[in-house]
Design a protein around this ligand. Structure first.
Ligand code: 3PG
Ligand code: MG
Length: 399
């Protein structure tokens, strides 16, 4: 595959040129205060932005945040992100209060060489996510008018066939930014010939979200450890009662089938932490998986499970982890996720953490980021990459 990179663009010279950068600044916000709770995705795009600033480009950054419905919605404004980005860059970021309207046009026109602008949320415009090519194309035309060249550094969004990801690169000279390049380099090691044993840990709430990646990984991995909310559908498939835990009834048969075909590669929890309610202060206990009371719900994996999973991880040479083991945002249900994360850091293995949630968990639990091989900024994107799917944002760069 032939993808031009930021270095190719820099070699051409970008001083005085407008460079449109698609970033993934979709950061988690505190539900009450709206404050940014994890700025990892903002920091991840700094190498690309810094290089462009240094080279004297007029840098126009665009991103989505959350899932607004194609119209302005203040709770999803990128305004706070512009502030944080400016702090991290050490220079003010000129914020446009619309995406392609008067404010955006004026902000871009006023940029001096080496300055950075951020446009308001792409998804305030129906054209960004439209399934209709013409509607997406019309929005892409407006965006493309802000750049003389396009850089995709939004790894977390490369699996979306959206205007800013897929249609803009068809309209401008385009290159991959530093983050996209590094992510693809690392993930291609996992799909290529990973050093063995190759152990994958999956968590998170829904089996249905992970089904495709489980199917794709089963033939490749040596062990697949499953925790998080999704483990209860697997436990049910083994004939166990799961109380009021998360359960995808229509996936039980699928899970049973996966377990049958897995050749013993799938490891499930042997104990879980069950609570009276989904609340930080709910009464809770650890029980064996065959003893989950009918009125209680599982919110974390238990210590014996952590020990078993950790033993499997300690043998691994390659590890991929996506999805928390429990409700790590509540301290009472964080031990499983912490235990697994610590086991990964201790293993003498090349480890990749995939995903918004697991990456946020690593930082929220105060773990040392540098003790992981790579922390991906893409959740869905890294999973779809491992599934071997064609990612629209990468395909668009290849042309
Ligand atoms: C993510 O957080 O997964 C990416 O930013 C993509 O967002 P999306 O799932 O809303 O498209
Ligand atoms: Mg997502």
């Amino acid at each position: 595959m032939s993808i031009r990179t930021l270095d190719d663009l820099l070699a051409e010279g970008v001083s005085g040129r407008r460079v449109l950068v698609r970033a993934d600044l979709n950061v988690p916000l505190d539900k009450q205060t709206g404050a940014i709770t994890d700025d990892g995705r903002i920091r991840a795009v700094l190498p690309t932005l810094g290089a462009l600033v240094e080279a004297g480009a007029k840098v126009v950054v665009c991103s989505h945040l959350g899932r607004p419905k194609g119209a302005p919605d203040p709770q999803f404004s990128l305004g706070p992100v512009a502030g944080r980005l400016g702090e991290l860059l050490g220079a003010p970021v000129h914020f446009a209060t619309d995406t392609v309207g008067d404010s955006a046009r004026a902000t871009v026109a006023d940029l001096a060489d080496g300055q950075v602008a951020l446009l308001e949320n792409l998804r305030f415009n129906a054209g960004e996510t439209s399934k209709d090519e013409a509607e997406r194309g019309a929005f892409a035309d407006q965006l493309a008018a802000f750049g003389d060249a396009y850089v995709d550094d939004a790894f977390g969004a490369v699996h979306r066939k959206h205007a800013s990801v897929f249609d803009v690169p068809a309209r401008l000279p385009h290159v991959a930014g530093r983050l996209v390049l590094r992510e693809v380099e690392v993930l291609s090691k996992l799909t290529g010939d990973p050093e063995r044993p190759y152990v994958v840990v999956l968590g998170g709430s829904k089996v249905s979200d992970k089904l495709a990646v489980i199917e794709a990984l089963l033939p490749t991995v040596d062990r697949l450890l499953i925790g998080g909310g999704m483990c209860f559908t697997f436990l049910k498939a083994q004939g166990l009662e799961v109380g009021t835990s998360l359960l995808e009834k229509d996936m039980v048969e699928t899970c049973r089938n996966l377990l049958e075909r897995s050749g013993g590669k799938i490891m499930l929890p042997v104990d879980v932490v069950v609570a009276d309610a989904f609340a930080p202060d709910a009464a809770h206990d650890t029980v064996r998986v065959d003893g989950i009371p009918s009125h209680r719900l599982g919110l974390d994996v238990g210590p014996e499970t952590v020990a078993g999973f950790s033993a499997a991880l300690s043998q691994a040479k390659t590890i991929f982890w996506n999805g928390p083991m429990g409700v790590f945002e509540m301290p009472a249900f964080a031990a499983g996720t912490r235990g697994i994360a610590e086991a990964i850091t201790k293993a003498d293995a090349f480890s990749v953490v995939g995903g918004g949630d697991s990456a946020a968990a690593v930082r929220a639990l105060g773990l040392d980021e540098s003790s992981f091989g790579h922390i991906s900024t893409g959740g869905g994107a890294s999973l779809e990459y491992l599934e071997g799917k064609t990612l629209p944002g990468i395909a668009a760069l290849e042309n």
